[in-house]
Design a protein around this ligand. Structure first.
Ligand SMILES: Nc1ncnc2c1ncn2[C@@H]1O[C@H](COP(=O)(O)OP(=O)(O)O)[C@@H](O)[C@H]1O
Ligand SMILES: [Mg+2]
Length: 307
């Protein structure tokens, strides 16, 4: 496991911001750490990186138990967290040079090449000479990412990396994450935008009010949400009982469209039974639930609820 936590908990004034979280982030995965604003993502990440102490719980980074072996672990971890410390009066490029010089093993000889490579990867070459204070939020995020990429890392921890970015920037980050993953870097990224993350992750964990509701591969999570059958028929009143006999649940009818939870029943069997019952099937499809559907089914709430 690249990240493993047991009962990780943080209370602020007695209130749990993170409550008994057991994360399992496999090496080589792209893990989406999802949840609405205020659900405890940043607090969890701060604990993982040893920036704040947990109230309770234990955790390991890259097999090193933390915080005892923080030195060994953290040199292999790159991070982008809220509000990275850059000097406003220096250019993006000069900020990276300062940061690299201050770090533990930023070899001087390779520094200029590493800086240019990182700037290129995040698409900041053209703006590298501009002062940080003139950067937009999206450019600041890119510089933070470049800082995390100055050295080769086994694990990247990115807190809302697309925050403040336009759709084009978001696509670029997505491509960058895919590229890093293909090089073998484990990427753990948080987001409150489920649809966006769904496209790049192999695994996800869903947070709500400080608790990890569920985690697993995207395939596992989607099947947990439950695929739905959608049929367009000439006799919706007759179709409902046919699907019910097959064990489909949560049957809903709207006009000539009937939808129901498949619960493992193959769609072709549904089709056959409908046709055998003399019902004309005009269209049939299976709707895979999105992570957002899963979240709603787990919490009974819309996703964009701020605490
Ligand atoms: N330093 C702090 N002191 C008190 N409460 C905090 C502090 N940091 C975070 N919180 C609270 O913890 C909860 C989770 O916050 P956070 O981890 O930032 O969520 P997210 O990153 O998912 O938006 C929120 O209710 C927030 O107000
Ligand atoms: Mg946050």
């Amino acid at each position: 496991m690249a990240i493993a936590t047991r009962g990780l908990t943080k209370r602020f004034d007695g209130v749990a911001a993170v409550d008994g979280v057991d994360l399992e982030v496999p090496a080589g995965s792209v893990y989406g750490f999802l949840g609405p604003n205020g659900s405890g993502k940043t607090t969890t990440i701060r604990m993982l990186l040893g920036l704040i102490d947990p109230t309770a719980g234990t955790w390991e980074l890259l097999g090193h138990s933390m915080p005892a072996h923080a030195q060994d672990a953290l040199t292999r971890v790159g991070a982008l967290i809220e509000g990275p410390a850059f000097y406003p009066w220096l250019s993006g490029r000069d900020n990276l040079a300062r940061l690299d010089a201050a770090g533990p093993d930023g070899q001087r000889g390779t520094r200029p090449a590493r800086i240019e490579a990182a700037l290129t990867r995040v698409g900041l070459t053209a703006a590298a000479g501009k002062k940080y204070r003139a950067y937009s939020l999206g450019m600041r995020q890119r510089l933070g990412l470049a800082a995390a990429l100055l050295r080769t890392r086994q694990l990247l921890v990115l807190d809302e990396p697309t925050n403040g970015m336009d759709p084009q920037g978001t696509r670029e980050i997505r491509n960058l994450v895919a590229e890093l993953a293909s090089e073998g870097t484990t990427v753990f990224l948080s987001s409150h935008l489920l649809a966006e993350v769904e496209q790049i992750c192999t695994h996800a964990g869903v947070m709500s009010e400080g608790r990890l509701l569920t985690q697993g591969t995207l395939t596992e999570l989607r099947s947990e949400g439950g695929s739905r059958l959608r049929v367009e028929v000439d006799d919706p009143v007759a179709a409902g009982p046919v699907l019910a006999r097959l064990g489909l649940g949560d049957i809903e009818t709207e006009g000539d469209i009937v939808t129901a939870k498949l619960d493992g029943q193959p769609p072709e069997v549904c089709n056959r039974d409908l046709v055998q019952a003399g019902i004309g099937v005009r269209a049939l499809s299976v709707e895979r639930p999105s992570l957002e559907d899963l979240f709603v089914s787990l919490t009974g709430e819309g996703f964009d609820v701020a605490r």
